[in-house]
Design a protein around this ligand. Structure first.
Ligand code: HEM
Length: 444
């Protein structure tokens, strides 16, 4: 337990409508404790101050809600009053070059809203088969390194053009996307200073490299007959830029691909890794999955995400509005942030939720909603208007990848009891240690 999270954390006060007493160095007190272990920080303050409280840190004025009524009302606030988009930007702008956010035409909602399930499932299966071929007959991999690479390939095959996944090209794209990776800003928040201090030089160079590679991809694509392309979501992205000049078109398409791909880097590969890890830790469940139980595999995926969620749900207040909990209603003013933390609510809202149990899910439905006061207290892909547009795509991806891996390889866990990285404040957890897995091909 972090001693710095003791009762006397400066800058943290119970939230009330009265003017707040602010510590002399508000960014030093809660700031460092949040960076060390945000989940512990939010929970300890909750035990000390109650389910609704206020603090100031790093220039953020933050109202936190953890009670059933408070969390339910947070999810229900409209975007024009309490914005997820502006809140995300505040977090990501420490890492991502601002020019990437300007002028985007294709967003995940429109992409997945018109999804052609057949094409994308085919593309995913093909991408997985290619990556598994590269493993050879036997060896060892680190779970998160492996799924990160796999998810890059699956994502790019879906929305980045099949031409992006060609040997020689995919390696260059992966390197650039890993440099640009916006999830770094909440997985390793303490590194944010270095990014800021270097003026995001590496990130800007990675952005230019990706634009250049998309110049090549489009030149090859334009020379292909349309019927041979089998492009999935990439076709939709290209359509949005059809009428532009060559350079503008390549930059626009590259920018749209980057935004979608960066959204996917936050969670998908980590959810895939935990699903493998939890199954490898439980031989009886693994046997059932190996015998073909896809329903169990899907429940294990949802349970892995629930248990390993580290997302802060963050809204920036744009217009005066009100948040109510069971005891009172509070005025929120523009510029403030409203937050809850999934790693706290997902695991502490009822007994036993800190443990992995696939019976917590029936398909995608959480089975213990009746016990927890508000269904919003537990979530995998969010609630309401901001529910993840790629939820179905993500569970399909994890099912296809895990099924192919279990069908083709005997796997041996070489890790012991990995836990979430304590510093993470967003997305699905990365592990606090390497999770190595030995493999041997079953079928030639
Ligand atoms: C297992 C994988 C994933 C998990 C667990 C996950 C989880 C979530 C959660 C909890 C939210 C709501 C956050 C909030 O309201 O504050 C969300 C929203 C979102 N997710 Fe995902 N996500 C996953 C995969 C993806 C992928 C693959 C993409 C893109 C290709 C994506 C794009 C988005 C976008 C754009 C939103 C914002 C939606 C909006 O503001 O209306 N997600 N996701």
């Amino acid at each position: 337990m972090d001693e710095a999270l003791g009762d006397a954390v400066p800058g943290v006060r119970p939230w009330s409508n009265a003017p707040h007493v602010i510590s002399r160095l508000p960014w030093v007190g809660p700031g460092l404790s949040i960076l060390n272990n945000p989940t512990e920080f939010f929970q300890r303050q909750r035990e000390r101050l109650g389910d609704t409280y206020y603090f100031e840190s790093f220039g953020y004025r933050m109202v936190c809600v953890f009670s059933p009524e408070g969390v339910k009302n947070l999810w229900a606030l409209p975007e024009k009053e309490a914005s997820k988009g502006v809140g995300d930007f505040a977090m990501l702008s420490h890492k991502v070059p601002a020019e990437l956010f300007a002028g985007r035409r294709t967003f995940p909602h429109s992409l997945f809203g018109r999804e052609n399930v057949e094409t994308y499932l085919e593309n995913l299966a093909e991408a997985v088969a290619l990556e598994l071929d590269l493993l050879g007959d036997s060896g060892e991999f680190e779970a998160f390194d492996f799924t990160r690479r796999l998810a890059h390939r699956m994502g790019l095959a879906s929305w980045g053009s099949p031409l992006a996944t060609q040997p020689g090209r995919i390696e260059r794209l992966i390197e650039a996307f890993d440099t640009l990776d916006s999830s770094e800003s909440f997985v390793h928040p303490h590194k944010g200073f270095a990014t800021w201090a270097t003026g995001k030089r590496k990130e800007k160079a990675a952005l230019l490299r990706i634009e250049e590679i998309y110049g090549e991809i489009l030149a090859e694509r334009d020379a292909q007959p349309a019927a041979d392309r089998n492009e999935g979501f990439f076709e939709q992205i290209c359509q949005a830029w059809e009428d532009e000049s060559e350079g503008e078109r390549a930059r626009g398409i590259a920018g749209d691909v980057m935004l979608v791909h960066m959204g996917s880097q936050s969670n998908l590969f980590a959810a895939m890794a935990w699903t493998l890890i939890h199954l490898l830790e439980r031989p009886a469940l693994l046997r059932q999955v190996r015998d073909g139980d896809d329903d169990l595999l899907e429940r294990c995926t949802h349970e892995s995400i629930r248990l390993r969620q580290r997302s802060i749900v963050l809204r920036q207040i744009l217009r005066p509005c009100v948040i109510a909990d069971e005891k009172a209603a509070y005025q929120l003013e523009p510029g403030m942030f409203l937050a809850t933390m999934l790693s706290v609510t997902n695991t502490r809202s009822a007994d036993g939720l800190d443990q992995f149990d696939p019976d917590h899910y029936s398909g995608p439905r959480f089975t213990r909603n009746g016990e927890i006061g508000a269904r919003e207290l537990v979530t995998t892909f969010g609630h309401g208007a901001h529910y993840c547009p790629a939820a179905r795509f993500s569970t399909s991806s994890i099912r296809i990848a895990a099924r192919a891996l279990f069908d083709k390889f005997d796997l041996t866990p070489k890790f012991h009891d990995p836990q979430p990285l304590p510093r993470q404040i967003g997305g699905v957890a990365r592990a606090d240690r390497p999770c190595r897995i030995g493999y041997r091909r079953i079928t030639p």
